[in-house]
Structures are given as C-alpha cells and as structure tokens.
Design a protein around this ligand. Sequence first.
Ligand SMILES: NC(=O)c1ccc[n+]([C@@H]2O[C@H](COP(=O)([O-])OP(=O)(O)OC[C@H]3O[C@@H](n4cnc5c(N)ncnc54)[C@H](O)[C@@H]3O)[C@@H](O)[C@H]2O)c1
Length: 252
Amino acid sequence: MNLTTAVLITGGASGIGKACAEALARQGRPIMIWDIDSKAAAASASQVQQNFNVDTSSYGIDISQFNEFESALTASRMSKHSIGGLVHAAGVDGSVALDDLTPESWQRIMDINLGALPFLTQLLLPDLAANSGSAIVGIASINAHLGNQANLSYSASKSGMLGLVKALADRLANDNIRINAVSPGQIDTPMLAGPMAYMDGLREQFELRILMGRLGQASEVANAVAFLLSDQASYITASELVVDGGNLSSQR
Ligand SMILES: NC(=O)c1ccc[n+]([C@@H]2O[C@H](COP(=O)([O-])OP(=O)(O)OC[C@H]3O[C@@H](n4cnc5c(N)ncnc54)[C@H](O)[C@@H]3O)[C@@H](O)[C@H]2O)c1
C-alpha cells in the first residue's frame, strides 16, 4: 500500500533534507518544506512539485523558535492533504571546541538539531495519530558515536537524538506511530563543502577511513529515510539506521 499523506521536512531547502523531499515525492507523497532560508525552501518546493507532480508548500522559519511552530503549521498546511510523516533534517554543525564554548552557542545547536523534534512531534501528534502508517525520522549522525573534540555540542545533540527517538517511540507506539533515527556518515552536501574547501586534504582524510572509499550522496541517505517512512518498515521503530559506507566500523 502506498502512503499518500503529506510529509513535513525541516531543512528541506538543501542537502539531505532536499534529497528527502525528492525521494518521498517520487513515492507520491505531498511535501511541506520548512527552512530558515525561505527563498531556497520555496525554490526546492517548486522544483519538487514540477519534477514529481505532487503538491508542495514551503515556509521560512528558524526551527529553534519553538513558539512559532503553531502559526507556521497553520500557514503551511495544505488543505487537501493531512500529515502522516515528519523528517527533522535541519541542522548546523557549529563546530565548537571546549575552549570556545559559550552558553549561547551550546543552546543554539541543541535547539536546532535536537529540541525542535519533540516540539514538532507534540504539535503534529493529532495529525500523525489520525493517519495509519504515520512515521517520523530524525537525522542524527555518526558523530553521536565518535569522539571529536571539535564537535562538542554537535556530537551531544546527535547522541541526544538517539535517546530522544527511543523515548518518543515508547509514547508514539500508543498511537501506532513509528519513529527512527538515520545516522549519516560524511555526505557530500553544503554542510561538508565548507570545511572541505578551507582544509586541504580533508576529503582525502575522510575517504581513507571510509570502507567504501568515497563520501556519500544525499540521495543515498534520503533513500534510507524514505524506506523508514514507508510501510516497508512497518515493524521498525526506536532504531538507528547508519548510512555511512562503512565508517563507524572502520579501523583504517
Ligand atoms: N553532510 C553530512 O556529512 C552530515 C553527516 C551527518 C549528519 N548530517 C546531518 O544531516 C542534516 C542535514 O545536513 P546537510 O548535510 O544536508 O546540510 P545542509 O547545510 O545542506 O542543509 C541543512 C539545512 O538546514 C537548514 N537550517 C539550518 N539551520 C536552520 C534553522 N535554525 N531553522 C531552519 N532550518 C535551518 C539550512 O538552511 C539548510 O537548508 C543535519 O542535521 C546534519 O547534522 C549531515
């Protein structure tokens, strides 16, 4: 059975979130994109609509502003489609080491990468509960497992995502809603392009460690997300799916 309910995707203007919008639209799902970059969100929504012939909407919002979620939902909800899926892909790396850590930078990373997910889930609960097959995916990271002093708050936010997904899964199962985490390895998106542009040899350093010898593509993460949001994954909840080309398991 193909699901036809809409999916709300945070961070859908770029990289992995945008690829998720494409993969889910390919399955016929209407797409709602929320992103801080409202112009890019609108462009992404209109591309998806054109290429996959599904209804889309877009909305510009800073996802750390939890108290704006309700009005954002009212403004971006498509009257023809109820909502049966959520992907929280909005994220910032904000590499901050211990010496440079401030309460403000810590809070911002936590709110964007992690805090938005429970408040979005809370808001969407009536929609998700009303639709059979509803599911959520939170984008975590292999940094949830790896120790890297440059990524202090980022790693904490992504580890937090894994714990949060398990706790939410316990509550959401009461309403037959599934929730899982996808942990990408190093994926070729604008987030990684920045550091690779100013650090010579960084790409090669990444590729040396990865068993498959290359960075991942956003579409390869999106395919895993689309699977977890589909009925093909009907008995999978509270899990983490690692999409890293063999990075966590590498001893190279
Ligand atoms: N690229 C990688 O190697 C990699 C690896 C592991 C995990 N991830 C995770 O994947 C997710 C997507 O990252 P990406 O690589 O596609 O990066 P990206 O920079 O291409 O996309 C991130 C999107 O999030 C949006 N965003 C940022 N802050 C926001 C805010 N406050 N409110 C609303 N939207 C906001 C950006 O505008 C952008 O469209 C992130 O959660 C990231 O941590 C990425």
